[in-house]
Write a protein that binds this ligand. Structure first.
Ligand code: HEM
Ligand code: NAG
Ligand code: NAG
Ligand code: NAG
Length: 356
């Protein structure tokens, strides 16, 4: 007993020192938009990244599916009004939040709770200095890493937005799973992503699930001819009706592991959505799919670069926006906000020193 508990202590220490080493070794790469930086919270919240990673390790140990939920939240945040946390806002007098928009109804509810819990832990440690949009960008990165994907640094310093995105804005900005490659490339081009980056980002579908309403139209009344027959037969059992509440995995080969198998699926006509499968049908993107299917390192490198780029879309910096005291509501609508400001004043005498 003693041996096993001390050896598990040793491995725990080993894991945490490996974790710290890997966090500090991750190399900054690519250009950074003005106002963001690689070391934004180095002084104001040095433990930020270790708090998030340690907590998410616990969360994912219970339910690895939450990693996919958080990764998708970050994508939806960035593609609609920029990475400024508006996807996290709850519906209120300000209008319907992004959560109410059609493609987002399937965002996992737990993701919002996980982020608010992280925010509380971080603000307890450092005060209200870290934005919800930064926490989401880091949580998405850790979702990739802790699912087996590439490690990469996230430029930080985002501020949280004050505006809801309307249903119309959300629908206009998010690509549709029923789209073919031309529409997908156009959508991503409008955010300045080329074909290689678009195919790499689509690799986010290496983890997670989809609900039947999105899957059913490719099965009934006739099976999409670009879909493998056995794969289709199995999906028909999962989704006999469009309103079924069942789910299917996005990557049949390794549904919970972030790897390049999604592209192997596409080469075997086992992509779940039209927007996935058509990347292999279309001549412009077929070669890119193949290159990622045969070379996981290439995929990881391109994915990490594209994620760093995506995480900087339309960010608010400097004095723009705010640091939300609750990720679900902007401060002006937050009843507890005044109380939280007073608490912070007690915790942070430095801030108030000039008022004496
Ligand atoms: C290429 C355009 C894209 C389309 C059309 C698309 C569409 C969708 C749809 C329809 C779902 C399933 C929703 C449901 O029924 O539950 C989904 C899930 C997901 N998407 Fe995308 N997506 C795209 C790009 C991306 C990108 C760029 C990422 C991240 C880098 C991403 C990450 C995810 C993840 C992780 C899930 C699983 C979520 C979960 O299990 O809760 N997607 N996507
Ligand atoms: C799906 O779930 C909802 C809510 O639990 C339920 O009302 C509905 O009947 C279910 N749909 C089907 C087809 O089972
Ligand atoms: C954050 O705001 C939401 C929506 O108003 C509320 O339900 C939740 O209790 C708040 N969380 C905290 C920690 O105040
Ligand atoms: C697929 C799905 O659940 N669609 C719903 C999305 O939200 C709108 C508006 O709230 C509903 O009318 C749809 O049925």
């Amino acid at each position: 007993m003693a041996t096993s508990s001390s050896s598990s202590l040793v491995s725990l220490l080993l894991i945490s020192s490996l974790l710290l080493a890997s966090l500090s070794e991750a190399k900054p790469s690519g250009p950074v938009v003005s106002g963001l930086s690689w070391a934004f919270y180095q002084k104001s919240c040095p433990k930020l990244e270790s708090i998030i990673r340690k907590q998410l390790q616990k969360v994912f140990k219970k339910d690895i599916g939450q990693a996919a939920g958080l990764l998708r939240l970050h994508f939806h945040d960035c593609f609609v009004q920029g990475c400024e946390g508006s996807v996290l806002l709850e519906g209120s007098a300000g209008g319907p939040g992004e959560q109410q928009a059609i493609p987002n109804l399937t965002l996992r509810k737990e993701g919002f709770e996980i982020l608010n819990d992280l925010r509380a832990r971080i603000h307890k440690e450092c005060g209200r200095v870290v934005s919800c949009s930064d926490i989401l960008a880091l949580a998405a990165r850790d979702s990739v890493v802790l699912s087996g994907g590439p490690e990469y640094d996230v430029p930080l310093g985002r501020r949280d937005g004050l505006r809801f995105a309307t249903v119309d804005t959300t629908m206009a900005n998010l690509p549709s799973p029923f789209d073919k490659t031309t529409a997908i490339l156009n959508n991503f081009d409008s955010k300045n992503f080329d074909a290689k980056e678009t195919v790499a980002l689509s690799g986010g579908h290496s983890i997670g699930i989809s609900h039947c309403p999105v899957i059913h139209p490719r099965l009934f009344p006739t099976v999409d001819p670009t879909m493998d027959k056995t794969f289709a037969q199995n999906l028909k059992k999962i989704c006999p009706t469009a309103n079924s509440n069942n789910t299917a995995v996005l990557d049949i080969r390794s549904p919970n592991v972030f790897d390049n198998k999604y592209y192997v699926d596409l080469m075997n006509r086992q992509g779940l959505f039209t927007s996935d499968q058509d990347l292999y049908t279309d001549k412009r993107t077929r070669g890119i799919v193949t290159s990622f299917a045969v070379d996981q390192k290439l995929f990881f490198d391109e994915f990490a670069k594209a994620m760093i780029k995506m995480s900087q879309l339309g960010v608010l910096t400097g004095n723009q926006g705010e640091i939300r005291a609750n990720c679900s509501v902007r401060n002006a609508n937050n009843e507890n906000f005044l109380a939280s400001v007073v608490e912070e004043a007690v915790e942070e005498p430095g801030v108030w020193a000039g008022f004496k």
